[in-house]
Ligand binder design. Structure first.
Ligand code: G1P
Ligand code: ZN
Length: 545
């Protein structure tokens, strides 16, 4: 047994987990005791760690490996009996959720800042997932935060670095270390959900060509194993498949701007049949048909509507859920399927309780997140396999599947406008003003529209009754369109304002039009009500999705 060392420390301000864990610049995380304080706060939240088991892994970004070494020594000193670690320190976020559930660990620590860029001058993040495999709920992250405010010491041991490259068991200061294959358990789980035989027939068909862009991030090894090796897709189907510490210098964010190479392949002279991309830690997905962008809100609704084609969901769905700003396309499917549809605040952590209580099977967010109760995280590759399963079973291309969906259910035009790098004070003031004036908005004219209803979204968890307030200001206009304002909780510098807008159309002549044009009037009205130009000093958003 190595000597346990007690290291004195003092609290750092600002270690409050956001929408998805603690995200900061690497330069902040590498300050003396910074990471250690946060990790010890997690352990303190867990209470007595004697005999507890933990999984650890990350998206391979800069500082991933060093952080694992630090966490391992601290875990040994805190009395954990076992640490499961993905080989090379790699575990995608959904794979982590799978591992926690499969091996029944007491939780897991994910090292990732998701789609934020990586590298010595970029971002890093730490997220704690509980024994159900899902992100810690607000009550838990609050506890962790409170520990960071009073922390005065942490425990560690002096020990040699662990070898992250070799699969197998070893020992560190009395604690067992097991390095596991990061892909195998996850791949088995996927094979238990989807019709691999049918999908393999599709992927080995010479006329079907697809591309999966791993964006130099964590899904490379997963997609190569599952799509190319197990399902027989032609080699080269997975592009940018080697995880790199700086994600090849790009934002590992699967959208039309950052997945440029994929978008070119989907739109050229000989466009591929299907395209997809995932983000830094593998929980997001963007899916594309030939020359056809599929909005994540539509993708979620299409998956729910066609779930019966997937072996695992053949018996039907218990219910579905979406984050509040996500379009209401899912609600329309739920109505037809006669199943409940829940509306939660932004962030995956709110879905966990609903899944644990068997209230929902499938859920998603507009921010390229879709998932199901097979794990407690959103899951990028799962969504891609789901689409492939639907394509092969329905014998229709992705584009036709979406168009037919619109014909049946109507179309919810949706867009999100992000205003980045704003002065945090001004952006906060804008939201506060909106919030304070929200009850006076109904009846007011805004541009060409009038406001029918408005509120600041409050969520009461139907399982444990916990209440989450101030989750975004919603404005409903008289033409059925809706605008939502909220500030991002995942950024690492300044403030990002998100304006979400959606509008429902059923007229067959209005189903295939340009989204920005269809929503222009509502966006204009939203801008006017909020005095956005004045508060942000901007006339146009930085990113439109
Ligand atoms: C963003 C997305 C949200 C998602 C989160 C983590 O959070 O909007 O849907 O759950 O990233 O991937 P935000 O920056 O808006 O707080
Ligand atoms: Zn992510």
């Amino acid at each position: 047994m190595s000597m346990i060392k007690t290291i004195e420390t003092t609290p750092y301000a600002g270690q409050k987990p956001g929408t998805s864990g603690l995200r900061k610049k690497v330069t902040e995380f590498t300050r003396v005791h910074y990471l250690e304080n946060f990790v010890q706060a997690i352990f303190n939240m867990l209470g007595d760690c004697q005999g507890k088991r933990l999984a650890v892994g990350g998206d391979g970004r800069y500082y991933n490996r060093q952080a694992i070494q630090i966490i391992a020594r601290m875990a040994a000193a805190n009395g954990f009996s076992k640490l499961l670690i993905g080989r090379d320190g790699i575990l995608s976020t959904p794979a982590m959720s799978c591992i926690i559930r499969k091996y029944g660990t007491d939780g897991g620590i994910i090292l990732s800042a998701s789609h934020n860029p990586g590298g010595p001058d970029a971002d890093f993040g730490v997220k704690f997932n509980g024994a159900n495999g899902g992100p810690a709920p607000e009550a838990v992250t609050e506890k962790i935060y409170r520990h960071t405010l009073t922390i005065d010491k942490y425990l560690t041991i002096e020990a040699d670095e662990i070898d992250l490259e070799r699969i197998g068991r070893s020992e560190l200061g009395g604690m067992e270390i097991e390095i596991i294959d990061p892909v195998a358990d996850y791949a088995d789980l996927m094979a238990s959900i989807f019709d691999f035989e049918k999908i393999s027939q599709l992927l080995t068909n010479r006329r079907f060509h697809m591309c999966f862009d791993a964006m130099h991030a964590v899904t490379g090894p997963y997609a190569r194993t599952i799509l190319e090796e197990q399902l027989g897709a032609e080699p080269g189907t997975v592009i940018n498949g080697a995880p790199s510490e700086s994600f090849g210098g790009i934002h590992p964010d699967p959208n039309l701007v950052h997945a440029r190479e994929l978008v070119e392949r989907m739109n050229g002279d000989a466009p591929l049949a299907f395209g997809a991309a995932s983000d830094g830690d593998g929980d997001r997905n963007m899916v594309l048909g030939s020359g056809f962008y599929i909005n994540p809100c539509d993708s979620l609704a299409v998956l729910a509507a066609n779930a019966g084609l997937v072996p695992k969901y053949q018996e039907g769905l218990a219910g579905v859920a979406r984050s509040m700003p996500t379009s209401r396309a899912l609600d329309r499917v739920a109505r037809v399927l006669e199943i409940p549809c829940y509306e939660t605040p932004v962030g995956w952590k709110y879905f966990g309780n609903l899944m644990d209580a068997d209230k929902i099977t499938i859920c998603g967010e507009e921010s390229f997140g879709t998932g199901s109760s097979h794990v407690r995280e959103k899951d990028g590759l799962w969504a891609v396999l789901f689409w492939l399963n639907i394509i092969v079973k329905s014998r229709k291309p992705a584009r036709s599947i979406v168009r037919e969906h619109w014909s049946q259910f109507g179309r919810d035009y949706f867009t999100r406008h992000d205003y980045e790098g704003l002065d945090a004070g001004r952006a906060g003031e804008m939201i506060s003003r909106l919030r304070e004036g929200v009850s006076g908005l109904p009846g007011r004219q805004a541009g060409e529209l009038s406001i029918q209803a408005a509120d600041d979204f409050t969520y009461t968890d139907p399982v444990d009754g916990s209440v989450s307030e101030e989750q975004g200001v919603r404005i409903f206009f008289n033409d059925g369109s809706r605008a939502v304002f909220r500030l991002s909780g995942t950024g690492t510098s300044n403030a990002t304002l998100r304006l979400y807008c959606d509008k429902y159309e059923t007229d067959p002549a209005l189903l295939g039009l340009d989204t920005q044009r269809m929503l222009a009037q509502s966006l204009q009205a939203a801008g006017e009500v909020s005095n956005m130009a004045e508060f942000t000093g901007r006339t146009a958003p930085d990113v439109i999705t």
